[in-house]
Design a binder for this molecule. Structure first.
Ligand code: AMP
Length: 937
């Protein structure tokens, strides 16, 4: 046959378009074993160019050939006879394809049977032009059931129904990677989605189901009406979770980090993590021991324990969770990433499991953000097992048309081509099988996978709710519906796995265990496995020691090291100049600027073997072109990171340009910091006000996590801030919001104004043992301000100054006005005062607004005990900035009889004006006012 036969044949009416799947299957069959295909086909395939062994490449070749085929003239008439059989054969393979694609749409997923299935014509053999007589004919089934066998069509249809339309609805045909798709097909089809578990395993599942139901009933009868967000209806979640942990352990996991919302949480705490029931019951009864901080309600509490698996113990950590839906997920992922890095294995070593609600996974944008991050270099954790506890109802919304615009609540997962297993929660064995395949997929392909546990909730949103008012039909059904445990008991009795009465015995045994109050999880182990020791960071007072000195000689060496790059690296001219200047700064031939001091702070920390992680939009370069921690070679586009090349034994320096999100990224970095106490972790906003997209993370975690949950966090948050005429969205980092959240020494809010200050602030954050968030109003124009410079001496032997006294020579007796300020406005005040040669005004900088440095400021004020006129000057409008939240601190240190006045912009709804000319006018006015000039000056 001529070489173009394949194209011509494919282009003929029978084999073009839709039939390509069949030909693809045949071709694969041929590649595996040429004799397995019909001689006609073999002859055609023999003519094709050889393809590589790689299935993905093989497929792209086939696809290419398909494309050509589609364009080829339809002139070839295939041999008679072979065509008839092949045409039927093609239809059969199309039918298989239909089940793979759409079988899940009619799968028996709903325990209540309320889901109304549309008829799907593609699943009917007759729709594919197969006739009654064909049902008894034998056909090649291609790759179905991972066999190269033939099957009687009737048997094939029954098998397809069992595989794709039973208790598991597998959705995976949206995956384009052939290897992954084939792997999934193999797993699902080879057992027809029907597991075969040993009697021992079945008994275990029943015990676990009994525990899930038993705990809820026990609490329900002991504390009627108390909120517990019962798991009932989704009981198989407990055996599922335990199976995931067991199997993860078998496959080498050392830690599992779990994030979940309220539903079923108490059940997981007691029946999976091993929290003592007595402790939980005490909490219901309102009893508590000594409370540190403000604490939190019981269904937000996290927990840690170890869990015995056949291959050794595994550490479990349930993340603390606020009510804000889904936000805990990026926190879990950040924590997992830190643990994986610590164990030096991104992969199986630490498994994240996130648990979602059906409305929330579709409704909350944070879910999309985490899917988007799942393969990004800065954030990937080798895949997450995501479980949806799908009550088929939102908070009170039972009509899916009101909760989402997609068929399934899990459709968002398709954006990363995650396989999705919808599974009927009333079939615990199917649930376990789906979990096993899901975990194996995650561990094999290092990607996210979703299990949609289709269930119901027996008691409404919580136990105080009356679901019949809004979902009468559903709840009439639920009332009569047997529990998952009852259904499974019946199944195991009919299979002869358990004897009659055994189910009841398990119920009463479990009740006795609860009465006893001790841990009810057989696998529970005392916690030994967690890999980080927090004790060095506990119980440190606010001013825990910071030893600022750094040997000058080494500082110069490091300065030189980070200002150089290989000769072969051609740099952009502007970057070249910046680096040339940095070398001069290192050698004290020039004063240090911000970018150099900041990079040098990192270098000193790395030199002392601390790890650094810096994440933000454009962080490698710096939004304002000041950092240049990553150099981009101009000819090849390769990158060089001087901070990664300081010495053989230095700490890790990771700088990542992040995905374009604030909420999930800040949450991730929070999670990372709560699991990595040693070292420096920084999240940097592009402009400070963009952090308001992550407000939940700031309010619910950063500012209050330690007080609510005892979880410390040393995250540094850099927020560019300063009024430079760029309008409402690029001026203010909303300083007032952070100050308003400050209490109980929960975090630090700093506004450093010199390179030496940023150098010491960053070092202090790492070197002192206290771990509290550091919020930094970082500069923009100040990065290049001629006065914002420091000497190498200030870096080597200075320290972080919480407040900076007047720097000009002045006789304090001449001073009759003291201006307090923070940030860039200082330089404008200084400039104006110098120009006007004023000697009666002192300017004092508050560099740490919270905790307010009362002692330092009082010391500075000793020279101004005679002064009556104190001013707080700020760029922000009066209702913003530090004025309202910090004035009580300022007043607390004023000399007796002194008065404090405000100089700044008038209160304003918006943060800043839109016109530069107006900005300049306002800025001039506030500086004049602070210094005591008439406005027109
Ligand atoms: P985990 O690895 O999250 O299960 O934590 C194990 C133990 O380490 C916890 O029980 C705490 O005692 C301690 N721990 C973990 N994270 C923190 C944190 N951020 N702050 C203080 N202690 C922590």
């Amino acid at each position: 046959m001529p070489t173009n036969v394949m194209q011509t044949w494919l282009a003929s009416s029978h084999f073009s378009g839709a039939n390509s799947t069949y030909i693809e299957d045949l071709y694969e069959l041929y590649l595996a074993d040429p004799l397995a295909v019909d001689a006609n086909w073999r002859e055609v395939f023999d003519e094709l160019p050889p393809v590589s062994e790689q299935p993905e490449e093989a497929h792209s070749v086939i696809r290419e050939q398909m494309k050509h085929a589609a364009k080829a003239p339809k002139c070839f008439t295939p041999p008679q006879g072979a065509v008839h059989n092949d045409a039927k054969q093609v239809k059969v393979l199309q039918l298989i394809g239909s089940y793979r694609n759409r079988g899940h749409e009619v799968a028996a997923l709903d325990p209540l049977g309320l889901i109304k299935h549309e008829t799907i014509k593609d699943l009917d053999p007759f729709y594919h032009d197969l006739e009654g007589a064909d049902l008894d004919a034998s056909f090649n089934v291609g790759s179905y059931a991972a066999s190269n066998e033939t099957m009687i069509l009737r048997d094939l249809v029954a098998s397809l129904k069992r595989t794709y339309c039973g208790s598991i609805g597998a959705e995976y045909m949206h995956i384009t990677n052939t290897e992954e798709k084939r792997w999934l097909q193999n797993r699902i089809e080879s057992c027809e989605s029907k597991p075969s578990f040993s009697e021992e395993a079945k008994n275990r599942f029943l015990e676990e189901l009994t525990a899930a139901e038993g705990l809820e009933r026990y609490i329900g009868s002991k504390f009627p009406g108390a909120k517990r967000f019962s798991l009932e209806g989704g009981d198989s979640f407990v055996p599922m979770l335990k199976e995931l942990i067991r199997r993860a352990g078998e496959q080498g996991a050392q830690e599992v980090v779990l994030g979940m919302a309220h539903r079923g949480r108490l059940n997981v705490l007691v029946n999976v993590l091993g929290k003592k029931p007595n402790r939980l019951f005490d909490e219901f009864a309102g009893k508590h021991g000594e409370v540190n901080g403000s604490s939190d309600v019981k269904y937000h509490q996290g927990f840690s324990s170890d869990f015995k698996t056949p291959k050794g113990n595994i550490h479990l950590s349930l993340a603390f969770n606020p009510s804000h839906l889904e936000i805990v997920n990026p926190v879990v992922l950040g924590s997992v990433r830190a643990r994986q890095e610590r164990l030096q294995s991104i992969g199986e070593s630490v498994l994240p499991i996130t648990v979602h609600g059906d409305s929330a996974i579709a409704g909350q944008g944070i879910v999309q953000e985490t899917f988007n991050m799942s393969q990004a270099r800065a954030f990937k954790v080798s895949g997450t097992v995501r479980i949806v506890i799908n009550n088929q109802i939102g908070f009170t919304t039972s009509n899916p048309e009101d909760t989402r615009s997609t068929r399934y609540c899990t459709d968002i997962a398709k954006m990363v081509q995650a396989p999705i297993f919808h599974v009927n929660a009333d079939d615990p064995e199917a649930v376990i099988l789906a979990s096993q395949i899901a975990l194996d997929f995650r561990n094999t392909f290092k990607r996210d996978v979703v299990i949609d546990l289709v269930c119901y909730r027996r008691h409404g949103h919580n136990e105080a709710d009356e679901p019949n008012a809004t979902q009468p039909l559903m709840y009439q059904k639920i009332k009569k519906h047997a529990t998952p445990r009852e259904i499974y008991v019946e199944q195991l009795e009919s299979e002869g796995v358990i004897s009659a009465g055994h189910g009841k015995q398990l119920v009463s045994d479990y009740r006795d265990a609860l009465d006893n109050g001790e841990c009810v999880v057989k696998e529970w182990q005392a916690m030994k496995r967690h890999s980080v020791d927090w004790s060095p960071y506990l119980k440190h007072d606010w001013d825990s020691a910071y030893e600022p000195q750094f040997p000058r000689e080494r500082l110069v060496e490091l300065g030189e090291s980070i200002s150089q790059y290989p000769d072969s690296y051609e740099q952009h001219s502007r970057v070249k100049k910046i680096y040339a200047d940095r070398l001069l700064m290192a050698r004290s031939e020039k004063l240090c600027d911000w970018g150099f001091a900041e990079n040098l702070a990192y270098a000193t920390l790395l030199d002392s073997k601390y790890n650094i992680r810096l994440v933000g939009q454009d962080s490698g370069r710096g939004t304002f072109f000041h950092r240049h921690a990553v150099l981009h070679e101009q000819k090849e586009g390769t990158q060089y990171v001087p901070l990664q090349n300081i010495s053989e034994e230095q700490g890790h320096f990771d700088v990542h340009d992040s995905v374009l999100s604030e909420a999930a990224v800040l949450a991730f970095e929070y999670g990372y910091s709560t699991a990595a106490p040693k070292g420096l972790c920084i999240w940097e906003a592009q402009f400070g006000d963009f952090a308001n997209g992550a407000q939940v993370v700031i309010d619910q975690f950063l500012s209050s996590g330690e007080q609510k949950w005892g979880r410390m966090c040393g995250l540094t948050v850099m927020l560019p801030h300063g009024y430079e005429g760029q309008g409402p969205e690029h001026s203010s980092a909303r300083l007032e919001r952070y100050l308003q959240l400050c209490a109980e020494h929960n975090m630090q809010v700093c506004v450093p104004s010199t390179p030496a200050q940023v150098f010491h602030m960053l070092r202090r954050q790492v070197i002192r043992s206290m771990r509290r968030p550091l919020i930094v109003m970082s500069p923009k124009s100040l990065l290049r301000h001629p006065l914002a410079v420091s000497s190498m001496d200030e870096l080597a032997s200075g320290t972080f100054q919480n407040a900076i006294a007047e720097i000009d020579e002045q006789d304090s007796k001449d001073v009759n006005r003291v201006v307090l300020c923070s940030g860039k406005v200082y330089y404008e005040l200084l400039d104006k005062r110098r120009k006007e040669e004023l000697t009666n005004v002192a300017i004092i900088r508050i560099e740490q607004l919270y905790p307010f440095p009362t002692n330092e400021v009082s010391d500075i004020f000793e020279d101004y005990a005679h002064v009556k006129d104190f001013i707080w000057c700020q760029e922000e409008p009066q209702n913003q900035g530090a004025w309202y939240c910090s004035q009580h601190h300022f007043r607390s240190v004023l000399p007796e009889a002194a008065k404090l006045h405000y100089a700044g912009r008038a209160a304003s709804a918006s943060t800043a004006v839109g016109y530069m000319s107006l900005h300049v006018k306002q800025q001039k006015a506030l500086v004049n006012e602070a210094l005591g000039f008439e406005e027109q000056q």
